[in-house]
Design a protein around this ligand. Sequence first.
Ligand code: OOG
Ligand code: NI
Length: 465
Amino acid sequence: PMPQAFVSPDRIRSLFTEAMSQMYRAEVPQYGTLIELVADVNAGCLEKNPDLRDRLAQAGELERIDVERHGAIRLGTADELFTIRRLFAVMGMQPVGYYDLSVAGVPVHSTSFRPIDEAALNVNPFRVFTSLLRLELIEDEGLRGEAEAILAKRRIYTPRAVALIERHEQNGGLTEAEATEFVAEALETFRWHGEATVSAETYKRLHDAHRLIADVVSFKGPHINHLTPRTLDIDAVQARMPERGITPKAVIEGPPRRHCDILLRQTSFKALEETIAFSDDDGAIQGTHTARFGEIEQRGVALTAKGRALYDQLLASVRGEVQVGAGGAKAGAYDDELAARFKALPDSWDELRNEGLAFFRYAATPAGIAAAAGSTLPSDPESLIAKGYLAFTPIVYEDFLPVSAAGIFQSNLGTDQQQNYATRSNRDAFEAALGATVQDELALYAERQAASLDSALAALGLAGL
Ligand code: OOG
Ligand code: NI
């Protein structure tokens, strides 16, 4: 038989991202407003800052900025997690990293599904922060059993989505027509349903155990709870949100504003209070549920293990010193302390590279290629950089930060929910449910750095030296 023409996973991911963004815009109009504001600010930034524009263009990143999003879902069972891995694989997204949020009082553990190779990231780096509820953390045994029974009954994937996932696994790809159908079917899993599957009384008991438990257990599926565009100036977007009727959370999570952006800075606007109907609704009980919100992020360079250790230590020292209260008390003091303490982390690309704190992508310069045509160049990368034959640009951080993620969860669950679980993280159980191991993000950045250096040296006629 004729080989079938398969659509690339990158294209399926792009179609899916666009469909998801449209759906969320229709469901949560404030998200559309946020997208417009972010597009305005990004365009202004690129215009004012030609260096930034050049750097992004050189790294092949310019095109991805406008389509870039991350989202998040919360799953209830091991089976749901197992199938979501297979669903995301159709779109070229793989599980990277393990995040234990129970240490911050949120009864879930998580991974991020995302593309991993550079070409795929530059087409569309869509990521989904995917959490699995840890029912074993519900103390009340009766309630735990009840939640398990409710979750065991639901089917969050359409039969057709499952069939297309299987077809992808068997044939190694999907045709254009199948891909279009897959995107529409997969989208159903992420849709909001205003009708809870439980009674008002059950909802209340789940909610009292933890608001997150009610969010995961009470509905037909794992509605997408936010989508996050990437901004080039998070402080500007944060400052201008009120102009468009949006109220941001009090502090930006992550590192402070710097010359050289590192890792990830994030802020969100408060979750909406939405009307829901309970299964025993007789028209008299008016329920509401808060789960869905909007977020923005600014991404910077990926840090090495050494850089990350310094980041974690500085952040912990700031948080030990100033605790931001409910309603944003001490937000100013927190920001000041953050800026002051992070002076200990070098803020130039040269220092970050020389001290082995961050990952970079190397490329031969036109001058280097011209010089290589006439003579043999020094093989040592430092000399090549000094002569202007080898250039480096920061590799963008594609992952998440557990302390920041906990802050985003909490600001949308109400600040009164600070409870800590005395428990060990359980990566083995997570991976057993997933049916795969999660990839190590640091190893992925190190590989990309090494591969870029290899091909840059090859371009300079220095391969294999
Ligand atoms: C996920 C929160 C984490 C982020 O950007 O760190 C997250 C959730 O609320 O389900 O999305
Ligand atoms: Ni997020």
